[in-house]
Design a protein around this ligand. Structure first.
Ligand code: 6PG
Length: 475
């Protein structure tokens, strides 16, 4: 046994992770259900490092130093369970199985328990950054036992992205914590992408600018507070010209956004926890709306009663959209971090939110300059109940409030759908309100269902006899 780490499942992500380990000087055992893939990996990239090729799972396991570390990189769901079932009888006490796929955290909790009963460690880890990240340095979000992190962590930190020399990998928490954080990362990714798409739409319709011109605006934005992978990518995509037609590439792409499910998981979990992640939810539903072909066909041509968008000062309008985008983005992150806090409390995961923002600074899809500000906010106050209430973010959003309101109002008047911009603003106004009409909702609930209510002036739970003499009783 001489390999320090093994990777089974050598589709593009697994392949690139294996190469990343090898390039960092580790001896990597590689295995794939169909051997050809493993053989071709070594044939093509064997020069990058030291690979140990095995045809059978038994040989693969035998080639690993103890405690064995096996990274499973197969399709989430049944395929992962099948590989785990095959691995377990071959492993010994203290060995570590790492699931680096996009598993649902509840599956990770289940698998971790099952493997613990076999004396094995199960590490469900988020890995973000796509193919490129897997090869050159992803953001890595490992869960599981602290003990497993002691031997596995250094390897993962080594292959992760680095920002200012700091690895974009840290221990997240026990059980499903790692995959949970990755799920919320993806939810935020959905929100970020939708917000960018809305900003693009506003600029396009408001300015009547071409895709390429808007690409230039995004490139400019990428030099400021909004600097991020997704803004940079947007600039690139918008400037790309379709070779076949000579048109802007974005204009030849069908406007129906798909999803593999992680955004949907995030929204479902937000509902379960009762955390208002409206930005992520709107983004997920916006994808659903875009793909609702029968409804869109039937709805096309519905009356609009809009007014022409009149942009008098182009520069000021662009700045309004930029500030509205920034403020909405802060809301989406604030909500996502609330969701992490709620799940962490419910499951006893002890997740350090500042550390999560730190490991998202590089490697992952939502990597962005402003994540440093989030880390700082949680360093100032680890128990911060609302990111928006951190002094830095309060001021940053306040500076853009007038713009945000102008953009949302203008979009409503002109009939440009901006679900994420407008719901984020509504959330902001809701969360800062001293009093909400929820009081009326409670009164209604008591009226038709005797669901009871609390009062502002004294403790207790009350019910009014609405159909009788309307006396109030304490219940
Ligand atoms: C990443 C990405 C990656 C992928 C998601 C979202 O962190 O590297 O989030 O996991 O992009 O699967 O994909 P969908 O948009 O298809 O849901």
């Amino acid at each position: 046994a001489r390999a320090q780490i093994g990777v089974t499942g050598l589709a593009v992500m697994g392949r690139n992770l294996a190469r990343n380990f090898a390039r960092h000087g580790y001896t990597v055992a590689v295995h794939n259900r169909s051997f050809d893939r493993a053989r071709s990996l070594v044939a093509e990239h064997g020069g990058e490092g030291d690979f140990v090729l095995s045809e059978s799972m038994a040989d693969f396991v035998a080639s690993l130093e103890r405690p064995r570390k096996v990274v499973v990189m197969v399709k989430a769901g049944a395929a992962t369970d099948a590989v785990i079932d095959e691995l377990v009888p071959l492993l010994e006490d203290g060995d570590i199985v790492v699931d680096a796929g996009n598993a649902h955290f509840s599956d990770t909790i289940r698998r971790e328990r099952a493997l613990r009963d076999h004396g094995l460690h199960f590490v469900g880890t988020g890995v973000s950054g796509g193919e490129e990240g897997a090869l050159n340095g992803p953001s890595i979000m490992p869960g599981g036992t602290r003990e497993s992190y002691e031997s596995l962590g250094p390897l993962l930190e080594e292959i992760s992205a680095k920002v200012d020399g700091v690895p974009c990998c840290t221990y997240v928490g026990p059980g499903g914590a790692g995959h949970f954080v990755k799920m919320v990362h993806n939810g935020i990714e959905y929100a970020d992408m939708q917000l960018i798409a809305e900003a693009y739409d506003l600029l396009r319709r408001g300015l009547g600018a071409s895709a390429a011109e808007i690409g230039e605006i995004f490139a400019e934005w990428n030099r400021g507070d909004l600097e991020s992978f997704l803004i940079e990518t947007t600039a690139d995509v918008l400037r790309h010209v379709d070779a076949a037609t000579g048109q802007a590439f974005v204009d030849v792409v069908l406007d129906q956004a798909e999803q593999k499910g992680t955004g949907r998981w995030t929204v479902k979990n937000g509902l379960d926890l009762g955390v208002p992640i409206t930005g992520i939810a709107e983004a997920t539903f916006a994808r659903a709306l875009s793909g609702s072909v029968p409804q869109r066909t039937a709805g096309a041509g519905l009356p609009a009663h809009t007014r022409e968008w009149e942009v008098k000062d182009r520069e000021a309008f662009v700045e309004d959209v930029r500030l509205a985008l920034y403020a909405s983005k802060v809301v989406a992150y604030s909500q996502g971090f609330d969701q992490i806090a709620a799940a962490s409390a419910e499951n006893g995961w002890g997740i350090d939110r500042g550390a999560m923002a730190r490991i998202w600074r590089g490697g992952c899809i939502i990597r962005a300059r402003f994540l440093d500000r989030i880390t700082e906010a949680y360093e100032r106050d680890a128990g911060l109940p609302l990111l928006l209430a951190d002094p830095y973010f309060t001021e940053a959003v306040a500076g853009g409030l007038a713009s945000w309101r102008r953009v949302v109002a203008g979009a409503a008047g002109s009939g440009v759908p901006v679900p994420a911009f407008s719901s984020s603003l509504a959330y902001y106004d809701g969360v800062r309100a001293r009093r909400l009409p929820a009081a009326l909702v409670q009164a209604q609930r008591d009226f038709f269902g005797a669901h009871t209510y609390k009062r502002v002036d004294r403790d207790g739970t009350f019910h009014t006899d609405w159909s009788g003499d309307r006396t109030e009783t304490e219940v």
